[in-house]
Write a protein that binds this ligand. Structure first.
Ligand SMILES: NC(=O)c1ccc[n+]([C@@H]2O[C@H](COP(=O)([O-])OP(=O)(O)OC[C@H]3O[C@@H](n4cnc5c(N)ncnc54)[C@H](O)[C@@H]3O)[C@@H](O)[C@H]2O)c1
Length: 394
């Protein structure tokens, strides 16, 4: 048996993503992973994170980058470019969470997400994308784009179907939704670079774009890319008429909480993507593919791999059922292994194989770049109440 290579890893950020990255990395079997340490602006949380995992705390980003082969970028989107570029400049790999980057305002106190020209956001986001791609082009490291939807078992099964049958996708529709992000920073455009359209919409959008790439490559070697996008974005929980029943998060400062994008690809086929923060009943993540030779429904969450009935809420008090469900009483789509359906361990397994053995990457920087370009073109379209906007691709 071939000897496994060791990869030294550093985590940047000590919140939600930092936790699931560590979990996923600990399940890798193709390489030996040495998680060296963590760096985060939240020093007490980072020190606790380090203590719990018996790894080192680094008080500067540079000190951490110097001691590792790969940096996990688990910080809010506003800091993705800084952290990823710091790693690439030192010839290290960067595993960058979604979205790749974005537009985070003017930095001035009076910046408000409802009041700026969307063209400015598109231009700034594309400039940030270019800086990241330039840093990668000049690096011996690579940017691995952590879009977990690409590595979900159902999306990878669809890849196999497309590659083996040569199917042509005519329409994809999908959604990512729930009752509101847990992260405090998410309420502000200046941190997330937008609201539901980017924070959630990036997932089904990127999966749809990935499958069209796969289809094109399988047919004639040419990936199929987005051509135009038409979109609407709304702030339903910020409307004066919204009635708070205590189930949906509604403290957003200046972001959209409902969006829809209609993407036309360069072969004339289409995708429709919904993203929102107004859906109760747990996570609602799905993608349906309508092809000329088959149809596939990827039921990501909920799915019926397991169904439980619990007559008394208290019975399940120590049982994790499924993400963001409001009640454990009655019937539930209990997930026996949510991380597996979500693609987190498969994603890290694949990334570490790229780092250690040079295996090709399904989710690379250019896929992340095209997602950013489509998303900020969608914000521009929403400003124009749905008029189609051309999408630049990378
Ligand atoms: N793929 C997914 O399913 C998924 C799920 C949740 C979050 N995310 C992504 O993960 C990223 C982090 O989100 P989160 O939910 O973990 O947020 P979080 O608020 O829980 O954690 C963010 C962490 O980053 C630290 N931080 C902020 N700026 C920093 C900087 N400049 N340098 C170092 N540390 C810094 C904070 O102190 C905090 O520890 C976001 O890009 C988000 O979109 C992805």
């Amino acid at each position: 048996m071939k000897e496994k290579k060791t990869v030294r890893a550093g985590i940047v950020g000590s919140g939600f993503a930092a936790r699931f990255h560590y979990e996923a990395v600990s399940k890798i079997h193709g390489t030996v992973v040495d998680v060296v340490g963590v760096h985060s602006l939240d020093v007490p949380t980072a020190k606790q994170y380090a203590r719990e995992r018996d790894i080192r705390f680094f008080d500067t980003l540079d000190a951490l980058v110097d001691e590792v082969d790969v940096v996990h970028v688990c910080v809010p989107p506003i800091a993705h470019e800084t952290v990823a570029v710091a790693a690439l400049k030192r010839n290290k790999f960067a595993i960058c969470e979604k979205p790749l980057t974005g537009y985070f305002g003017t930095g001035k106190d009076d910046f408000h997400g409802d009041r700026f020209p969307r063209q400015e956001a598109l231009d700034a986001a594309l400039a940030s994308v270019e800086r990241i791609l330039d840093a990668e082009a000049n690096s011996r490291g690579r940017l691995l784009y952590a879009e977990n939807w690409i590595y979900m078992p159902s999306i990878q099964k669809e890849r196999e179907i497309l590659e083996k049958t040569g199917g042509q996708i005519l329409w994809i529709h999908g959604e990512e939704a729930h009752s509101g992000s847990h992260a405090e920073y998410y309420a502000y455009w200046k941190n997330g670079g937008g609201g539901a359209l980017i924070g959630k919409g990036c997932h089904p959008l990127t999966a749809a774009m990935y499958l069209k790439r796969v289809e094109g490559r399988a047919r004639n070697g040419n990936p199929i890319r987005p051509k135009t996008v038409s979109a609407r974005a709304h702030a339903l929980t910020r409307m004066g008429t919204f009635r708070d029943a205590g189930l949906i998060r509604c403290d957003y400062h200046d972001i959209d909480d409902f969006s829809m994008m209609h993407v036309e690809f360069d072969d004339g086929t289409v995708a429709d993507v919904f993203a929102s923060d107004i859906v109760v009943g747990g996570i609602h993540n799905w993608l349906e593919i309508l092809a000329n030779n088959h149809r596939a429904r990827c039921n990501i969450n909920p799915n019926t791999a397991m169904e439980t009935y619990n007559p008394v809420e208290e019975n399940f008090k120590d049982i994790y059922v499924v993400e963001k469900i409001e009640t454990k009483q009655g019937w539930a789509c209990t997930s026996p292994d949510e991380d597996w359906f979500t693609g987190y361990p498969q994603e890290m397994e694949a990334f570490y194989r790229t780092i250690a053995y040079g295996e090709p990457t399904q989710s690379d920087s250019r896929l992340g770049a095209d997602a950013i370009s489509t998303i900020y073109s969608a914000y521009l379209s929403a400003e124009r109440l749905g008029a189609a906007v051309e999408v630049k691709t990378f």
